[in-house]
Design a protein around this ligand. Structure first.
Ligand SMILES: *[C@@H]1O[C@H](CO)[C@@H](O)[C@H](O)[C@H]1NC(C)=O
Ligand SMILES: *[C@@H]1O[C@H](CO)[C@@H](O)[C@H](O)[C@H]1NC(C)=O
Ligand SMILES: *[C@@H]1O[C@H](CO)[C@@H](O)[C@H](O)[C@H]1NC(C)=O
Ligand SMILES: *[C@@H]1O[C@H](CO)[C@@H](O)[C@H](O)[C@H]1NC(C)=O
Ligand SMILES: *[C@@H]1O[C@H](CO)[C@@H](O)[C@H](O)[C@H]1NC(C)=O
Ligand SMILES: *[C@@H]1O[C@H](CO)[C@@H](O)[C@H](O)[C@H]1NC(C)=O
Ligand SMILES: *[C@@H]1O[C@H](CO)[C@@H](O)[C@H](O)[C@H]1NC(C)=O
Ligand SMILES: *[C@@H]1O[C@H](CO)[C@@H](O)[C@H](O)[C@H]1NC(C)=O
Ligand SMILES: *[C@@H]1O[C@H](CO)[C@@H](O)[C@H](O)[C@H]1NC(C)=O
Ligand SMILES: *[C@@H]1O[C@H](CO)[C@@H](O)[C@H](O)[C@H]1NC(C)=O
Length: 734
């Protein structure tokens, strides 16, 4: 067996810093006083002991209604120790720390305070001495964050934690991200992987924006065109009352899928916080019930139309029982109708939702309170995003509203935007405080004018959640591009949302060291490999085994992986006289892998003899390479087509290259005797796969698209082609 992952292999410049100071560099930073007389190596650990007194305790004070017990968190932690550090420890219950154990227990909860001086259940104490490690949480959730610290420190300091002790607690209660899953669908598994990624950096809120539409360009679109415009409601209910509201079941969440996402996220301390948007951005609801539209803009609800509020109540009454969060978000963003009607809508929905479910509601800051209005109730919390909508401090906080900081300082719009960047402005997390040019934290709404920000300790600042928007809809990006937009942003924001003060020079090396080891996800679609060649198959190396049984005689073929990684392929496709594999819909060629993310070169030597419309040359977990008849990648529900085709009846070298956020293909004629060209040596002209974004009905923008390599299977039912395969190679060099 090859050990691919070597978590302790880098130079530990970081750990020297850590040992002599009163903080451990981690993301977020960890307050810690080292006793300076030794280190404990986690490789000595034998056991994970859960304090029997607290094994079934749960934190009831957090945002989730399904908090895991200490025991449940411990099991997830043990699995992480195994997958991340290759440490297999037994989990047991006991009353005391045994030698060479990690003891998970609960301590005095009054010890842990947030920035306002209020008690937080998310604090913990980490103690390390020669007999092992103790994590004592203010609650099981606090202990869970302590387990993230242990994993991070083991990765960052060659498995050795300094002896000593530290109390750690988050400054703010809401720390996280918001994903626009309305204008772009994301599969449940992707959401779960993102929760795992966020949890590693101690974020605890995943806001999921579940309904929205493309920009309704009222100056340009007819009513008919608006009624055809992209608009999506992503929850799928079988209720008769809502028939037709969600359009595609394969791009909506069923109750089971929603439940799966929220319980998987909760198992890592992350609460899924749902948002159903109305009365603005409501075209999905209006396409279902056009009579609810406002005359001036068909994408917005006419609140005074008699059936509007009852319809919204029906929607909420259907989905409230699904949601395991104490707060739900009703949107209420960017409404252009009457402010008084808007305020009435919000308050009526707040009353209804509370009466039905006991839950609190949140809205986007839109119409700040004014003396002449019947204002939104002060117990409705406000998510601020832009100063042209509201002044969070003067309009809301000084009027006793609680405010969540989602200022567009950290906005991203996927792929392209006239206003916002495509990756989080990480630099601003280090210099975004206008008072001193120093670190940004959630109380900083305005990064330019200090007087627009409350005191750091202001209790009406709920924390911060950073959104990603999909303004240009489903075909602008593949799923993983949302992850790449946030890849550095989640850890950078995670530190500051917790209350950390990592500098840029501390952050970057720590993040690079942690990145390959984040448990519960493989968003990079990384594949362990001893060298840059991940697999290499040659049909001439195929070995056939004949099986005999009462069911008959059949032949299995293994094609050895010549890379040394052992990723042997298997096939039931017959070998030809030329020792190539005869591929067709009635047999398959399968690798043990599925998908490869950035960067890669996938090369195939093959011959296509006949192909149906939409033939699938090779498929994988995130994409498939097709002949439509143009060479095309199908990914995340969309086709990205080239102008080139694959000639039939002749041997070709077909290469797909994923280089950064670009994807290319080339096709070159070859002969059966010629070997696959070295990576990067092909002289064939490459064509780039492109997304064509429709911008508000006004113009198109061509942009790169970053598709994972499909590497799971050739042939099989639905393949739609016949031909031969002689060789196939995957390299991590692009
Ligand atoms: C990491 O620890 C191992 C054994 O504990 C040691 O052999 C190795 O030299 C250390 N590596 C670094 C970079 O300190
Ligand atoms: C280490 O800490 C544990 C738990 O507090 C304690 O039981 C144990 O005696 C300590 N070991 C040493 C050598 O100080
Ligand atoms: C809203 O609906 C009411 C009741 O049907 C109607 O009188 C009014 O004109 C509509 N207003 C707008 C702006 O669409
Ligand atoms: C919110 O405030 C309104 C107005 O003061 C009040 O009627 C309502 O009962 C409050 N709701 C909750 C859940 O406290
Ligand atoms: C805000 O709440 C405080 C404390 O409850 C109260 O004294 C103050 O009058 C309130 N201010 C407003 C504008 O409601
Ligand atoms: C693509 O990558 C380049 C170079 O890393 C980067 O500057 C650019 O912002 C990326 N584009 C998108 C849409 O992420
Ligand atoms: C969902 O189904 C529709 C209709 O068949 C299809 O066009 C779309 O690509 C599918 N979406 C995904 C994410 O596969
Ligand atoms: C295909 O050719 C057209 C016309 O030359 C060009 O506009 C388009 O960008 C090409 N498509 C790709 C994916 O290169
Ligand atoms: C397929 O490629 C041809 C050029 O070979 C191009 O004219 C055509 O537009 C392409 N079709 C699509 C759907 O991109
Ligand atoms: C992508 O969707 C937009 C609408 O947002 C549409 O105008 C455009 O043609 C689509 N692009 C492709 C390649 O289908």
């Amino acid at each position: 067996m090859i050990i691919f992952r070597k978590p302790y292999a880098w130079l530990t410049a970081l750990s020297h810093v850590a040992i002599v100071t009163s903080r451990l560099v981690g993301i977020p930073i960890v307050p810690f006083t080292a006793s300076d007389d030794g280190v404990y190596s986690v490789t000595s650990l034998k056991e994970l002991v859960v304090d029997s007194k607290f094994a079934e305790s749960r934190d009831e004070t957090g945002e989730t209604l399904i908090p895991p017990s200490l025991q449940e968190f411990a099991k997830t932690f043990a699995a992480d120790l195994s997958s991340t550090l290759d440490l297999d420890v037994t989990v047991s219950n006991g009353n005391v720390a045994t030698p060479d154990s990690i003891f998970l227990t609960l301590g005095d909860p009054s010890k842990y305070l947030d920035v306002t001086g209020a008690q937080t259940a998310e604090g913990y104490t980490l103690s390390v001495n020669s007999s092992g490690i103790v994590i004592s949480g203010a609650s099981p959730l606090g202990a869970w964050w302590g387990t993230r610290t242990v994993l991070q420190q083991a990765i960052l300091s060659n498995s050795s934690l300094p002896y000593g002790e530290g109390d750690d607690a988050p400054g703010w209660r809401n720390r996280g991200m918001m994903l626009d899953a309305a204008r772009h669908y994301y599969p449940p598994e992707f959401v779960i992987e993102l929760c795992s990624y966020m949890s590693f950096f101690k974020q605890n809120i995943f806001q999921i924006h579940l309904s929205d539409n493309l920009y309704n360009n009222v100056a340009l679109y007819s009513r008919e065109r608006s009624l055809q415009l992209g608009a999506w409601f992503r929850l799928w209910s079988d209720s008769e009352d809502l028939a037709g509201l969600a359009k595609l079941q394969n791009e909506s969440y069923t109750k089971d899928q929603y439940e799966e996402m929220q319980s998987a996220c909760a198992s890592r301390g992350v609460t899924l916080l749902p948002e159903i948007e109305a009365p603005g951005h409501s075209l999905a609801i209006i396409q279902w019930k056009p009579e609810l539209a406002l005359n001036s803009d068909i994408s917005q609800l006419n609140i005074s139309y008699p059936d509007t509020i009852p319809t919204m109540k029906t929607i909420w009454s259907t989905f409230l029982p699904w949601f395991q969060s104490k707060t739900v978000h009703i949107g209420a963003d960017e409404y252009t109708g009457d402010p008084n009607e808007y305020n009435r809508f919000v308050n009526e929905m707040a009353g209804y939702i509370h009466q039905e479910s006991g839950k609190a509601i949140r809205i986007w800051g839109t119409f700040p309170p004014k003396p002449e209005y019947d204002n939104v109730y002060q117990n409705v919390s406000v998510q601020h995003w832009e100063f042209f909508e509201d002044d969070p401090y003067h309009d809301y906080i000084l009027n006793n509203y609680s405010v969540l900081n989602s200022d567009d300082t950290f906005y991203t719009v996927n792929k392209w935007s006239g206003s916002y960047p495509q990756v989080v402005n990480v630099a601003r997390t280090f210099n975004g405080n206008p008072a001193d040019g120093g670190i940004w934290q959630p109380f900083v709404f305005d990064t330019k004018v200090a007087t627009n920000n409350p005191e750091k300790a202001n209790a009406l600042v709920l924390g911060a959640v950073t959104p990603l928007w999909n303004d240009y809809g489903p075909n602008a990006t593949v799923f993983s591009e949302a992850y790449y937009a946030w890849k550095d942003g989640i850890p950078a924001l995670g530190d500051k949302q917790w209350g950390g003060d990592l500098s840029a020079s501390e952050f970057t090396p720590a993040f690079e060291a942690l990145l390959p080891f984040i448990p519960g996800q493989n968003l990079d679609r990384a594949i362990p490999s001893a060298s840059s060649t991940i697999f290499e198959y040659d049909s001439k190396a195929a070995v056939q085994t004949r099986h005999y049984s009462f069911q008959g005689v059949w032949t299995d073929t293994a094609v050895a992986d010549q890379s040394g990684n052992g990723y042997d392929a298997t096939t039931d496709c017959p070998l030809t006289e030329d020792a190539t594999l005869s591929i067709s819909p009635s047999c398959t060629f399968s690798t043990p892998l599925s998908s490869k993310g950035r960067d890669y070169t996938l090369s195939l030597k093959l011959k296509v003899d006949s192909a149906d419309q939409d033939a699938v040359l090779i498929s994988g977990g995130d994409s498939s390479l097709q002949l439509t008849p143009n060479l095309s990648l199908f990914a995340s529900g969309n086709y990205y087509r080239l102008n080139m085709t694959v000639p039939t009846g002749t041997w070709v070298t077909l290469s797909i290259v994923g280089r950064g956020n670009h994807t290319f293909a080339s096709v070159a004629e070859t002969s059966l005797d010629e070997a696959l060209p070295e990576v990067g040596s092909t002289t064939a002209t490459a064509e780039e796969f492109l997304a064509v974004l429709g911008v508000n009905g006004e113009r198109f923008v061509w942009a790169p698209i970053a598709v994972e390599a499909p590497i799971k299977q050739l042939g099989g039912a639905g393949a739609g082609w016949t031909g031969e395969l002689a060789a196939m190679r995957l390299s991590s060099v692009a």
